[in-house]
Write a protein that binds this ligand. Structure first.
Ligand SMILES: Nc1nc2c(c(=O)[nH]1)N[C@H]1C(S)=C(S)[C@@H](COP(=O)(O)OP(=O)(O)OC[C@H]3O[C@@H](n4cnc5c(=O)[nH]c(N)nc54)[C@H](O)[C@@H]3O)O[C@H]1N2
Ligand SMILES: Nc1nc2c(c(=O)[nH]1)N[C@H]1C(S)=C(S)[C@@H](COP(=O)(O)OP(=O)(O)OC[C@H]3O[C@@H](n4cnc5c(=O)[nH]c(N)nc54)[C@H](O)[C@@H]3O)O[C@H]1N2
Ligand code: SF4
Ligand SMILES: [Mo]
Length: 699
């Protein structure tokens, strides 16, 4: 008899929209995915990844038992595939991992370890992970892909508003009046959000401004498409601000009541005329004036942005310049207004919220604050390190200098996602110990000493927090392959063993029996989560934090009365040109990013049907540049920068501007990050993935 079909409600594991999905399960397989029509945030909508991209869960190459490197201890370690490892029991692998970590802590202190938590894993996994790293290993060297992502948005919004999350909900998008989208290829990277934004324009007559060097699909819907030169955002946004000030479009009442810093700020706009912006950004001054009027005269206007703003050596300034615009015009704190960095990974918001950052405990409570630390010390029964830890890129530096001796990587792939991979891989090859925990082997796992197999989102319980701070459940739908275990279970087993070896038995407490209990402990220590529990999420489907008590409805938009820092701060900035510009030897700008069908290093989507649709890397080049180089679509070309060289196929298209080529970073065989550089934003430490210099040659 055929096994009955069951339906399981869960949350899509790909992007930060956090679509709700109904998975049909037959014979332990996800056979079909639908979206419930009556549930936020997607109300029946899904993109191709949510609908057809979950088949990676069944891929035969899932990790099913623990593995130990055959040539353990030989340095520099070579990157090896699964053949370089031998099967081990959980006992042996966990004991070995615990022993290695404990020895490093005993001999060099906890700060000799670096830990990467995961924006793919649950809030509960990440809470427990950081509890282990801080409480048992006694280091705050914990970070994750948020550093390579919205770190600059976070830094900029901290300075101007004191908060860093998206200020508005997805629900209000379709009713917007004016919206500005910049540095976001929304249709491909937040596809369901893009349908709401386009609905606002197409059905509800919203006016759209798109500011992006690349002719993204969103630009086709725009009233104003300003195709600025890469890396010139500060000039563009300062010029918009100047027009708003000069033409009397500021919201004086709002400025008087809720904003400070106007006197110092105004003079710094002086040189930024639309004419100067035309010269630097390549956009006609008149268009800049018109766009400024559209934004400045709107009753309500909201700003949405992505990596084109954040991933820059002046990303913090970019984000500040956007917040300044919103403050000048009073476009923040009411429905339909706001400043909205669109969060990328399914749970990057939650991983940060749960304390997956080097300077904060869950809920952004500072590790350097003694009172906060004492609260966690009392609750966890440990003494904690008061020194904020290192960021992702600083950990690479520290590893190179021999200060960091070991990595624990859970659910990330830095050997594809970090810039300047030749350098990053060399550092990895010389680390004393690498512990790796994932659902698949990837380019980072090839450097592991011990591999611990985790289960996927479809095989465990927990919560993800989406881009508008909505906490939602995932539910077990299929049984895991082989001996794979949930991340939180693995972390507990490991933590107990390391405690044992360090002689701290019975201290921190890793005896949870269900993720719901882990959530409850985190909520108890984190005021904005206190009104949320798994039980409530079962009943209500999703709750937006801050939600301080059980009778609190949750908070769909922020800053209605005040900003977390009190008044909003207009913040002076000035333009600096990108860190590396084209020259005679490297005459083109390389911009890297995403395509609809693939996900980051490709670990998931290249094991999905989606790979049949988009099976290889393509570098997008403007017809004018292509003609000059004698290149046609389909030709093989080499791309070379000061850091390295790769080979790809060309795609001639007018999407990229003249002088700039675009390359997705999803393909290991043509890894974009071989070419990129690790020049960083001084505040946010985020690398510039959007502008470096390359030369393209036909093969
Ligand atoms: N299909 C798919 N979707 C994803 C992901 C994925 O890997 N695949 N990843 C998720 C993650 S983690 C993230 S962070 C998001 C990222 O989502 P996005 O930020 O939308 O993605 P990117 O492709 O990095 O491109 C950003 C945009 O910035 C523009 N840009 C480049 N340089 C500049 C500049 O100097 N100024 C301005 N204003 N714009 C510029 C590019 O032309 C592009 O349109 O996507 C999420 N969604
Ligand atoms: N050139 C260039 N580089 C970039 C960017 C760019 O625009 N250009 N963007 C940057 C940005 S914004 C980001 S966010 C980063 C992303 O960089 P990463 O986070 O390093 O990339 P992912 O490929 O998403 O890695 C996720 C890993 O988690 C694993 N995984 C999935 N589910 C689970 C689970 O439940 N448990 C465990 N343990 N593992 C799981 C997957 O198999 C995969 O190996 O890349 C950055 N790098
Ligand atoms: S928009 Fe994002 S969350 Fe929704 S189905 Fe697509 S990838 Fe999943
Ligand atoms: Mo990201």
């Amino acid at each position: 008899m055929r096994e009955a079909e069951i339906k399981v409600r869960s949350t899509c594991p790909y992007c930060g929209v956090g679509c709700q999905i109904d998975m049909q399960i037959r014979e332990n397989h996800i056979t079909r995915v639908d979206a419930p029509f009556d549930v936020a945030p997607n109300y029946g909508r899904l993109c191709v990844k949510g609908r057809y991209g979950l088949d990676y869960t069944h891929h035969p190459s899932r990790l099913t038992y623990p593995l130990i490197r055959k040539d353990l201890g030989i340095l520099p370690r070579k990157p090896v595939g699964l053949g370089g490892f031998r099967r081990a029991s959980w006992e042996e692998a966990l004991d070995l991992a615990a022993e290695k970590l404990a020895v490093i802590v005993q001999e060099h202190g906890g700060d000799a370890l670096g830990a990467f938590c995961s924006a793919k894993a649950t809030n509960e996994d990440n809470y427990l992970f950081q509890k282990f790293i801080r409480g048992v290993l006694r280091t705050n060297n914990i970070d994750h892909c948020a550093r390579l992502c919205h770190a600059a948005s976070v830094a900029g919004l901290q300075i101007t508003l004191g908060s860093s999350a998206m200020s508005n909900s997805i629900a209000e998008m379709k009713d917007l009046e004016v919206l500005l989208v910049t540095g976001s290829n929304t249709s491909e990277t937040h596809p369901v959000i893009s349908t709401f934004l386009r609905e606002a324009v197409v059905k509800n007559r919203a006016r759209l401004i798109v500011i992006d060097p690349r002719r993204t699909e969103m630009s086709r819907f725009a009233d104003f498409y300003l195709q600025l030169k890469p890396g010139t955002d500060v000039v563009m946004f300062q010029a918009l601000a100047q027009v708003i000030v000069q033409d009397g479009l500021v919201d004086q009442e709002f400025l008087d009541a809720r904003v400070e810093g106007l006197e110092e700020y105004l003079p710094t706009l002086e040189g930024y005329t639309p004419e100067y912006a035309e010269e630097i950004c390549g956009v006609p001054a008149e268009r800049i004036r018109e766009a400024a009027h559209l934004y400045g005269e709107a009753g309500t206007a909201a700003i949405y942005w992505g990596m084109g703003i954040s991933q820059s050596t002046h990303g913090t300034d970019n984000a500040i310049s956007l917040a300044n615009l919103a403050l000048l015009t009073g476009n923040v704190g009411r429905p339909g207004t706001g400043v909205n960095p669109l969060r990328g990974q399914n749970n990057v918001q939650g991983c940060s919220d749960a304390g997956g950052l080097p300077n904060v405990f869950p809920g952004y409570q500072l590790v350097s604050d003694q009172e906060v630390r004492e609260k966690f010390e009392t609750h966890w029964g440990v003494s904690l390190n008061p020194q904020p830890g290192l960021t992702t890129m600083e950990m690479v530096d520290a590893a190179e200098q021999g200060i960091i001796q070991g990595y624990y990587v859970m659910g990330e792939n830095p050997m594809m996602s970090e810039p300047d991979l030749h350098h990053a891989r060399q550092v990895m090859a010389n680390l004393g110990f690498v512990l790796y925990q994932d659902i698949f082997m990837n380019e980072t796992g090839e450097y592991a000493d011990v591999i611990l197999p985790a289960v996927s989102f479809a095989e465990k319980a927990g919560t993800f927090t989406n881009s508008d701070r909505r906490v939602q459940l995932i539910r077990p739908a299929i049984t895991p392959p082989g001996e794979a275990r949930p991340d939180w279970v693995i972390i507990q087993e490991l933590a107990r063993r390391v405690e044992d070896k360090l002689g701290m038995i019975g201290s921190a407490g890793f005896a949870f029996e269900h993720p719901a209990e882990i959530w409850d402990e985190m909520a108890e220590l984190t005021p904005p989560f206190q009104g949320i529990s798994h039980g409530r999420l079962e009943r209500e489907s999703g709750v937006h934090w801050p939600c301080p008590s059980e009778d609190h409805p949750g908070t769909p938009y922020l800053f209605s009365e005040s900003f977390p820092r009190g008044k909003g701060k207009l913040t002076p900035i000035s333009y600096r040109s990108p860190a590396e510009l084209p020259d005679e030897e490297y005459p083109l700008i390389l911009s890297t990013g995403r395509v609809l069908y693939h996900w980051h290093g490709g670990t998931l989507t290249r094991r999905s049907k989606l790979d049949d649709i988009y099976p290889e890397a393509l570098v997008e080049i403007h017809p004018r540049d292509a003609k000059g180089l004698g290149v046609s679509t389909g030709d093989r070309v080499s791309l070379r920068s000061r850091r390295g060289r790769i080979e790809v196929k060309a795609l001639v298209s007018e999407r990229s501007p003249i002088g700039t080529v675009f390359l997705p970073f999803h393909f290991a065989e043509a890894a974009a990050n071989i070419l990129t550089m690790d020049a960083r934003d001084p505040h946010a430490k985020i690398p510039d993935y959007k502008v470096c210099a390359v030369v393209l040659e036909k093969l």
